[in-house]
Design a protein around this ligand. Structure first.
Ligand code: FAD
Length: 401
């Protein structure tokens, strides 16, 4: 009989790790594994704040997909997923269509704009290699613009980061490292440059331990970051942001990091979603479907301890890949004995740029250099899981201290 086809959509943390685990766990004759992704490279989303600020080259965050997967067992297809037709068990791609027996949806996320006017048109987002390269070039261009003309525009040197959550804070941290370099290069006094972190909630880094939040804000304030907490943004325009208070802050650079929603392909395909994400069953299947699984940022899983969804993280996506691979392997082998996903949160570390970071590992709070070292260990650990030691040597962060 014909081999069943396992079609994996998206080569992010979830998709890559699922493909890699399945290729190890299934024999050649068990199934055909196809991985579809819009680029021929895989990038580490969790590193993107660095190339966005310009503190790391974007090539360090990406690798050719076919250089890390077992191409004897996984067929890679570079294409864009347009829509999923579950009734016909097929996926519409930009340049064709493909049927599946088992589907894994790992298409990642899109920025959550909360419907705030102007965000899509005027703000930047940290979401892909292409988007962060644009941010880096834009920032540098603004430095060049300021000094390149006789009329000085202060808004060229005002950088607004909307959202002081995990991503926003990590990006601000990198900016505080990069901007002094740009000031030197373009002969601009550091005092001329403003970095403003704007957050609607009552605290920066909501959900983090207050002691860690204070540490992070102190470090960043010492490096010249202005925080505007409890400050909702009403609108983004081509000239800057309008706050709910009525105040306007002029800026030519607004980077939007106020959280994510699931891939718009899901809504378009008629799945029931919450902020674009599908609430999956414990074995990671879409309710009502035998053969459709969701992983990573596209999936919502409720944490029974808090009765709230787990935050969308690479850590969870990677852990889900092992449950998912086991479950698909079981189905392929004719068993219905599926495993429920159990998260094992090891901790969270946020970098603040340079040798500074904060985090919680186990029940231990980490500050400064040990936290920054731990961050690099986490980054390297993923590369090790994906491609073993050779990938760590090639792409890893080896200067731990
Ligand atoms: P992704 O890794 O985003 O991958 C999705 C893939 O799908 C991409 O390759 C994309 O190109 C592809 N794709 C999308 N749409 C299509 C389409 N229509 N057709 C074809 N291909 C498509 N998490 C942590 O655990 N720890 C951290 O320290 C951390 N730091 C972060 C820092 C930043 C700056 C950001 C932005 C996120 C961070 N996260 C962190 C969150 C983490 O990056 C995400 O939760 C994780 O990437 C989700 O994995 P995923 O596989 O669902 O999606």
């Amino acid at each position: 009989s014909k081999k069943p086809r396992i079609l994996i959509l998206g080569a992010g943390y979830g998709g890559m790790m699922t493909a890699s685990r399945l290729s190890k766990q299934l024999g050649y004759n068990d199934a055909e594994i196809v991985l579809v992704n819009k680029h021929d490279y895989h990038y580490q989303t969790t590193w993107l704040h660095e190339p966005a600020a310009g503190t790391l080259h974007h090539d360090r965050t990406r690798m050719r997909i076919e250089s890390v997967i077992d191409t004897n067992k996984i067929k890679f297809l570079k294409d864009v997923v347009v829509e999923i037709k579950t009734a016909e068990k097929k996926v519409i791609l930009e340049s064709g269509e493909m049927e599946y027996d088992y589907l894994v949806i790992g298409l990642g996320s899109e920025p959550e704009t909360f419907g705030i006017p102007g965000v899509e048109e005027h703000a930047f987002a940290i979401r892909s290699v292409n988007s962060v390269r644009h941010i880096r070039e834009h920032i540098e261009y603004k430095f060049a613009s300021y000094n390149g003309s006789d009329v000085k525009h202060d808004e060229d040197l005002t950088f607004i980061v909307a959202g002081a959550g995990f991503t926003g804070i990590e990006f601000v941290g990198e900016l505080t490292e990069r901007i002094p370099e740009l000031c030197k290069e373009y002969d601009i006094a550091r005092e001329k440059v403003r970095i403003i972190s704007i957050e609607a909630a009552t605290t920066a880094l909501p959900g983090f331990d207050p002691e860690l939040v204070e540490y992070a804000m102190n470090i960043l304030e010492k490096r010249g970051v202005e925080f505007k907490i409890n400050t909702p943004i009403k609108e983004v325009t081509k000239d800057g942001v309008l706050l709910a208070s009525g105040e306007e802050i002029k800026s030519k650079t607004v980077v939007w990091t106020t959280g994510i929603r699931g891939s718009s392909v899901l809504e378009k395909s008629g799945f029931e979603t919450m902020r674009g994400r599908i609430q999956v069953e414990p074995e990671l299947r879409v309710p009502g479907f035998e053969d459709v699984f969701v992983i990573g940022d596209c999936a919502i899983i409720i944490d029974e301890a808090t009765n709230r969804p787990f935050p969308p993280t690479a850590q969870i996506a990677i852990q889900q890949s092992s449950t998912l691979a086991k479950n698909i392997k079981a189905l392929v082998h004719g068993s219905n004995n599926l495993e429920a996903f159990k998260a094992d949160i090891k901790g969270t570390v946020a970098s603040l740029g340079g040798k500074e970071a904060i985090g919680v590992v186990g029940s231990k709070k980490l500050f400064g250099t040990p936290a920054a070292a731990m961050k690099k260990v986490i980054d390297n650990r993923y590369l090790f899981l994906l491609g073993g030691l050779p990938l760590v040597v090639k792409k890893g962060k080896l200067n731990i201290f």
